[in-house]
Design a protein around this ligand. Sequence first.
Ligand code: IVH
Length: 676
Amino acid sequence: MIFLLSADCPDARAAWLRMELNRANYAYYVLDQPEIPDSEYDRLFKELKQIEADYPGLITLNSPTQRVGGEVAEGFSPVVHDVPMLSLNHGFKDSDVEAFDKRISDTLRNSNVEYACELKFDGLAVSLRYEDGRFVQASTRGQGTTGEDITANVKTIRSLPLMLSGDAVPKIIDVRGEVLMFRLDFDKLNKRQREAGQRGFANPRNAAAGSLRQLDSRITAQRPLSFFAYGIGLFDGVPIPDTHSALLDWYASMGLPVNQERAVVRGAAGLLAFLRSVGTRRSALPYDIDGVVYKVNRHDEQARLGFMSRAPRFALAHKFPAEEALTRLLAIEVQVGRTGAITPVARFEPVFVGGATLTNATLHNADEVRRKNILIGDTVIVRRAGDVIPEVVSAIKECRPADAYHFTMPTHCPICRSKIERLPDEAIARCTGGLICSAQRKQALWHFAQRRALDISGLGKKIIDQLVDQKLIHTPAHLFNLVSTTVVQLDRFSNKSAQNLIDSLKRARYTTLSRFIYALGIRHVGESISRDLAQHFGSLDALMSASEEALLEVKKVGPVVMEAIRYFFSEPRNRVVIQQLRAAGVQWPEGPPLPRKPAGSLIGITVVLTGTLPTISRKTAKERLEAAGAKVAKTVSKKTNYVVAGVNAGSKLIQAERLGIDIVDEKEMHRLLENE
Ligand code: IVH
């Protein structure tokens, strides 16, 4: 009957080819047991491509040909996670693990809790949505509640099934896990990059991150990415297994890649034994890990333990100690920050540590250099762990050469020669040059152009350096007078990229008040305070003329922030720059200030209480919340703002998780009552 599957019946042949190729992919990428030779795979693949070219109606979502990447995207659209992607609490020492186990056994009143142990992969967390078994969307974690849509890129990961197998596939499931790059794949990729005259990546994590952030998924398709599933978000349609370990087994049965370096253990002793056993095998693993993760195995017990604001109480990431290496301190130079802060920076002989080659590390301030007793010429220990900034730990006194010498803070700014001052009660010395200082100007401009500020794409650090060094611009307002004929004369610019920059400047003119406030770079005023200020005052003029008392009414503004804001707007040159920016057409919608809430009120907030609270009764909690103006509801719905969860919280907690509602404990509830 072979002829039935040939050209006379292209749909059946295509279905067969899809099945064979998907099976070969699974055997190769997930089971690591290749079933057919590469040449055979290529032949079948080519044949399927041909059928799909002749009959485009036969292309299906799960066709392996759909993994090669397609259209170039303009950007990544936001994806709101139905269930937020949380982070993990961290521990470093054995005693952290013992305390974790004690807290859990006390809360659960179970002295022999069962845990699922797994590896902490050093990659990027993603959420994959499958609907009726089909892969439909992938998103990054972002800040936890909203990520970015990276579907086209994730689809290129060969080990990921585009279709879940088995009979009982859920209607909807968000599979959570980590995208990473194996070390061998990373080495090959870097070799290829360098041969093509491109820069290599510092480590597999950066390579994975860079690959997922490609706007052209055809490039991602050439990057050897892998995936391991370790969690769940929203689900619907089938009951999920009772335990985490069974959940992962179920995933594996549906064809999802699950890492096999995992174990179910009991008590702190079991957790530590897992850590030690992984520790001995760490360097032999084919991918980087930065620790292990312990999770309470039973899902009902997980629900009873609940969440803190950003991390579940039922899990702990046990991180390996940061890697350390020895090198020689060549110099201590100073760097000038955006607000003039002078930071000593250690320059040392290049050294490979924690997955990257380091040549410098900040020493924070002069006191720190003195406290650590580090001399120029010393042999020093430097430390770096994954995402942590590198640091100089200490000097090896025994190796100190006779000509080693102390660092002295310069009296004048190395960039603009203005005086460096250190106020008696401050740890930081500052250049007094303000915007006369080109280093401060450069950083102010960079801050202004950042994605989270005015979002001027195409205006990187190197370009700002040139614009300032060639005296083309002095203030952010001058950016808007740039013309493409000027820009094209700078290094790294073509006609097209110059025009792109001018276009993005045009777009950047239309912004929001909170972005604009943040972009100004007022000391201590970050994104979240900028948002509060914009909401509170509604217009820039109202903010600029706000009295001390009016500023202090804003939620996160205390005396220090208030002073900084007042000082910034009292400086005539800052007012001039703002004036110039407005004249250049920078604009944002303004509105009336928010109506002020009466002090001490939770009016408009709906809270649901569930479980037994540790120190007060449900009744007292309800009275206190109602006295503050909150509505205390019996059931969790989309309108609920907070769920206060105690011990033995049940279905309401699960419902809250599914709806992505903030879950707080009693302590956090007291804080809410105090703050509002
Ligand atoms: S579970 C609710 N399991 O660690 C807990 N995370 O600090 C959600 N990670 O962003 C995470 N390996 O990128 C979990 N086996 C593992 C993990 C893991 C690595 C990462 C993940 C997450 C971060 C949390």
